[in-house]
Design a protein around this ligand. Structure first.
Ligand code: CP
Ligand code: NVA
Length: 311
């Protein structure tokens, strides 16, 4: 049994399969063809933090696959009344086939997985957001479709990360190390990425830049995220000051390759981490990126429950 708790839980070959499979599943969706390999399977979703995209993409995706979904939040379950996470895992995993969790520390999801009888998917923790990177890479592949192999299209590319050294940044770094591209990281001081938290083998997959404009030079993709992630709201005022110069605007995009894409996992704050003309401009692929959460996660759920399917 496999879990998907961080990006490094799968091999490069598994990603090659998943991206190809997501393309097929998306093509079927777009042409109104049913694809229901998960009839009678149930996904439980546990949200300890807010969500729009993760909730809708998993829920709609599982129904499209023929399965059913139930949604739990900490406020409306015993999770918020301190039932041990291990007990919650033991109980829920006797009744459903798959669990998706959005929570705080990575150790919580790891503990859940350790006591679960069914596969567990990370729907965001303080440290990682692997499903989002799955969607982002798939979106990049779609926009570079002159390459037939997803893995070939990522090799040697430069991704500029502008902003917080957070869960998204860590997952980008894991993907870069595994799939052979480079991340140019620029964060304000005090918000750097931490190689050990990101769980990297070495620091070779990334370069650090003080100046976010320099980080964007020659990039194939420029990406950012909110200045204050969920769970860090108490630091909001202090972060607003520290991140002031880390706004992806047209001057920053102009440093990247002329055909560079702009991505943001969303939700976005226009005028903070990204300017309106960039996020709503021609290089932005944020709406494809959001939609692709559903297609890649359908491929992921099918893979975790049924394994690799013949094409
Ligand atoms: N990108 C993302 O995970 O969005 P939500 O917080 O809305 O789920
Ligand atoms: N880094 C953000 C991502 C939201 C999808 C957060 O953790 O709040």
């Amino acid at each position: 049994m496999k879990h998907y708790l961080q990006f490094t839980d799968f091999t490069a070959q598994e990603y090659e399969y998943l991206f190809q499979r997501a393309a097929l599943i998306k093509a079927k969706f777009k042409t109104y063809q049913k694809h229901q390999p998960l009839v009678d399977r149930t996904l439980a979703m546990i949200f300890e933090k807010a969500s729009t995209r993760t909730r809708v993409s998993f829920e709609a995706g599982m129904y499209q696959l023929g399965g059913t979904v139930l949604n739990l939040t900490s406020g409306e379950s015993q999770i918020g009344r301190s039932e041990p996470i291990a007990d919650t895992a033991r109980v829920i995993s006797r009744m459903v086939d798959l669990v998706m969790i959005r929570t705080f520390g990575q150790e919580r999801i790891e503990q859940f997985a350790q006591h679960s009888r069914v596969p567990v998917i990370n729907g965001l923790t303080n440290e990682f957001h692997p499903c989002q990177i799955l969607a982002d890479l798939f979106t990049f592949f779609e926009h570079r479709s002159e390459q037939h192999s997803p893995l070939a299209c990522f090799k040697g590319k430069i991704v500029a990360w502008v902003g917080d050294g957070n869960n998204m940044a860590n997952s980008w770094l894991q993907a870069a190390e595994l799939l052979g591209f480079k991340v140019h990281v620029s964060t304000p001081s005090g918000y750097e990425v931490d190689q050990s938290i990101a769980g990297l083998r070495s620091g070779e997959c990334y370069r650090v830049f003080q100046d976010p404009h320099e980080a964007c030079e020659g990039a194939d993709l420029v990406t950012t995220d909110v200045w204050t992630s969920m769970g860090f709201e108490a630091e909001n005022d202090e972060r607003k000051k520290a991140f002031h110069n880390w706004c992806v605007d047209t001057a920053m995009m102009a440093k990247a390759k002329p055909d560079a894409l702009f991505m943001h996992c969303l939700p976005a704050h226009r005028g903070e981490e990204v300017s309106t003309d960039v996020i709503d401009g021609p290089q932005s692929v944020v709406w494809d990126e959001a939609e692709n959460r559903m297609h890649v996660q359908k491929a992921l759920m099918e893979y975790l429950l049924l394994g690799q399917q013949p094409t």
